[in-house]
Design a protein around this ligand. Sequence first.
Ligand SMILES: [Zn+2]
Ligand SMILES: [Zn+2]
Ligand SMILES: [Zn+2]
Length: 468
Amino acid sequence: MIQPICLCGEPLQSGANYCTLCGREVRQICPVCFEERRLLHRPGGSPSSWCLARGELLNACVRCGRWLQTGISSCPDPNCGGVVEPVWPASVGKSPNGAGRTNGWQWPSVWDRHNPAHKAPVIGGWQSSSTVYAAFLAHGRLYAWTGDALLSPDPPGASTQDSRDAWRCWLGFGSDPEPAFAASSLAALLGGAAILAARNDFVVAGLYTGKAIEAVRMNTGTPIAHTASALYWAGWAEGAEGAALWYAPVSPVWRNTAAKRATQSTREMAPRRGSKMLIDGDTAYWVSEGGVLCALNCTTGEAATLTAALAGQHVGWCDARGVRTVTAGADGIRVALDPVVQDGLLREAAGGDGPLRDLFMADGLTAVVGDTVVTLDSHTGYVQGGGRFNGQWIAGAIAPAESEAPDQEPRLLMLTRDGEDGSLVALRPSSGGEEFVWRARGIRPIGLLTAGSMLSVVHDRGTVTIGT
Ligand SMILES: [Zn+2]
Ligand SMILES: [Zn+2]
Ligand SMILES: [Zn+2]
């Protein structure tokens, strides 16, 4: 345990609530239980982001370190106003905005073959005794959906069988996953909970591992598609009256997560089962079964159509400016360079051939995965390079270089399955050069997780952790 220090640099006496030098509050009353006092958050200083009395998640202000309930996105201190966010980076696979970035994970330049200080990746892992449907990283831990439970191996990422002391959240009878969903879209993270697309309903599971927890059903009907940001969850479900659109704000008390029906949504807006929904802040996007781009504003609860029907239209990625679409047809893959505006003209760039498998966007670079990988300048659409992948595409992520790396070039991580082998390769977009990261026989990869210093391949029998 490191000795806590005040923002002013003064070391704090044990148990002190105020700094003896500057008078600043250094231990605040917990905003959930109002019982415990907790040290203000400092990078590397606070191991738990949970209210230990109630088992609810707290977020922290990045400037002053004040803990706040989930759902508050800027610091209420008028002298601060900093951004409030979860203190641990998280990953369910593909990022909810579709950009496929790595949540703080950087490509280690020591993994480059030509680096004089080259080191091979260090492989560890966790083995499950039953089939793993999905796994994710959140709140500094690994969670996995196996059988009818969500579990978190203890200690996180340890090379053990799932032992009896591992934490479990029972999901209820018949809570195997909805089969149309890809592993990376089964779980959506919302505050201190994960919302899981089970066969007959969305299920809300608390993630606090300090006690045994039972999940609660959302009672919306069979999941069709869903997504969540730090503030809202949005999802389509097939209920007794047909397909319906639901949304829920993040709740400081995860058990109180309650879904409301969106207004002005029609059954014709429903997406194909298992298809992708994106979200940025309070706006969710999807493409209807008939090819119409649609959006939901979760602040007002209003749904709207953004384009006419267009065959082969997909959502690509989104940010505060709007959503970029990708269209795949007989004349190849076309990537929109601008966000969609109603009745506006769209600049498009050619992104190679074949069915659209994936799309990534980071630092002005767009990588399109079809039959091959084509990378484009996100602003001009000019082709920058590309590469190939072997076997069946499973998942990927676009990783920035370390700040001290000589080339400063991002890498596209490519997780594929070739016959009985799973493999992870890093592609250098400019040259098409490849760096081998991991390969194993008889492992069926289903997803790729990157958050902070963690890189994990999820497979149907556990996870493989890859470190330096
Ligand atoms: Zn001080
Ligand atoms: Zn508390
Ligand atoms: Zn603040």
